[in-house]
Design a binder for this molecule. Structure first.
Ligand code: ARG
Length: 259
């Protein structure tokens, strides 16, 4: 995770950021981020990266790269506003002893590449940020089949804003964020009883931007109906309100990177 010392909205690169420039509250952001960190600390060890002035989106560590099996495929950001983060992510991973690999094309890390442990699969979101042609590189590097999914709703510009593989094999997702072929690709791999399609009201609360840790599913917020469906999968919801970070277009999952 990356402390939100320099977090704020100072440019617009997704629809959530429109009209939010200068509208975040530093103390509230610190408090929300710390509450999330404390919840995660119950289940996992946390490493931090030093935040950098002038890089307000660096809190969204999901976009550092995809870290798996001691290797990391670094991000190459689509938007110039975030490219300044790249050298800091690289330095952190090198120091931590990861094998560091540069992508050949645009790729926004674990924001768009989601590991589905139950299927031994990587889902790759494309259409807004990452390049679909990164799929073969992911397969080659991590030895897992990679399924590309095309995103079509600009509010759900990263895959982790609209899809979340749960431990045990269920999949939380917002179908309308995907084109028809991608909805079919999901249906072909995930049986109906394991597909949890969420309503728009839950999707816009960033319910799919969730962090699964053992039997705990951490997220900004979810309706009681969705909470029941999640509980039926043997998971317990933990709410961590992240309204400050939603002004920049991110929530729980974006603020973390699984190492
Ligand atoms: N403002 C950031 C951006 O648009 C938010 C990133 C959220 N990260 C994520 N993994 N969805 O790049």
């Amino acid at each position: 995770m990356c402390p939100p010392d320099f977090f704020g909205v100072s440019y617009v690169i997704n629809p959530w950021m429109e009209g939010q420039q200068g509208h975040t509250q530093p103390e509230a952001a610190q408090a929300q981020w710390t509450a999330l960190k404390n919840l995660i600390a119950r289940k996992a060890d946390i490493s931090l990266i030093a935040p950098q002035a002038g890089l307000p989106d660096m809190v969204f560590t999901a976009n550092a790269g995809l870290a798996l099996d001691g290797k990391v495929l670094l991000s190459r950001f689509r938007c110039p506003q975030r490219r300044g983060e790249e050298i800091f992510w690289r330095a952190w991973f090198e120091k931590a002893g990861f094998e560091v690999i540069e992508p050949a094309l645009e790729f926004e890390g674990a924001g768009d590449a989601l590991v589905d442990e139950a299927r031994d699969l990587i889902w790759l979101g494309h259409g807004f940020r990452s390049d679909a042609r990164m799929a073969p590189a992911l397969t080659k590097l991590f030895g897992r089949e990679t399924a590309p999914l095309r995103l079509i709703d600009p509010r759900f510009y990263h895959l982790d804003t609209c899809l979340c593989p749960l431990p045990g094999g269920a999949l939380l997702y917002y179908p309308a964020a995907f084109d028809k072929a991608s909805q079919e690709a999901i249906a072909a791999r995930v049986p109906p009883e394991q597909r949890i399609a969420v309503e728009e009201a839950d999707a816009t609360r960033f319910c799919c931007n969730a962090v699964a840790l053992d039997d705990m599913l951490l997220l900004n917020d979810a309706s009681p109906a969705l909470e029941q469906k999640v509980q039926a999968q043997g998971l317990t919801l933990a709410r961590a309100p992240l309204t400050q970070f939603m002004k920049a277009g991110g929530a729980a999952k974006c603020l973390t990177l699984r190492l």
